[in-house]
Design a protein around this ligand. Structure first.
Ligand code: PRP
Length: 180
């Protein structure tokens, strides 16, 4: 049913599994004995973060923040709003931010600066997708699943108008869907 709206698949379910496995293994190696706090940025992080932490065979804590900048369209508004805060102290903690995508970089840069300001010992970003051509601020995620071109993508957490997050892969929407 959802597939009929997809022009092409960019990252398959199998590739996503491999990405989670590779990054998860690397993070587990880099963070063993550090009891990291993995912070998911809602809502897009949910499917990928689930897979990522299940590939990290170390003790870790999970937390979530709800941050939004799109407000329903396909362009970032540039206005980053925190609608749900973490609700726990980050003082002296090693933080891994789990993201579905880094596009303009505004969301992640804002959150990283905030967590460091609050006293985190370190903050890195693990993102399923990186879209470097979309960048408007200087930001380089430390852990990148795969790099994608400057196209509007949906699926595996990424939405258009709150829909398509539940697609089991990442794809490009047919233009008629958002030109309607
Ligand atoms: C998306 C995505 C990232 C952010 C990336 O979230 O999940 O958090 O945008 O874009 P940026 O690099 O241009 O800031 P969104 O604000 O759409 O909220 P959502 O996860 O609830 O869809």
């Amino acid at each position: 049913m959802l597939e009929k709206d997809i022009l092409k698949v960019l990252v398959t379910r199998e590739e996503i599994k491999q990405i989670a496995k590779k990054l998860g293994k690397q993070l587990a190696e880099d963070y063993k004995d550090k009891f990291p706090l993995v912070v998911g940025i809602l809502k897009g992080c949910v499917p990928f973060m689930g897979e990522l932490v299940s590939e990290m065979d170390i003790h870790l804590e999970m937390g979530f923040m709800d941050v939004s900048s799109y407000h329903g369209g396909i362009e970032s508004s540039g206005d980053v709003k925190i609608s749900k805060d973490l609700g726990l102290s980050v003082q002296d903690r090693h933080i891994i931010i789990a993201e579905d995508i880094v596009d303009t970089g505004r969301t992640i840069k804002t959150i990283k600066e905030l967590l460091l300001f609050r006293g985190a010992s370190s903050v890195v970003t693990a993102t399923m997708l990186d879209k470097p051509e979309g960048r408007v601020v200087d930001f380089h995620p430390e852990y990148i699943g795969t790099t994608i071109p400057k196209e509007f993508v949906v699926g595996f957490g990424l939405d258009y108008d709150e829909k398509y997050r539940n697609l089991p892969y990442v794809g490009v929407l047919k233009p008629e869907v958002y030109n309607k």
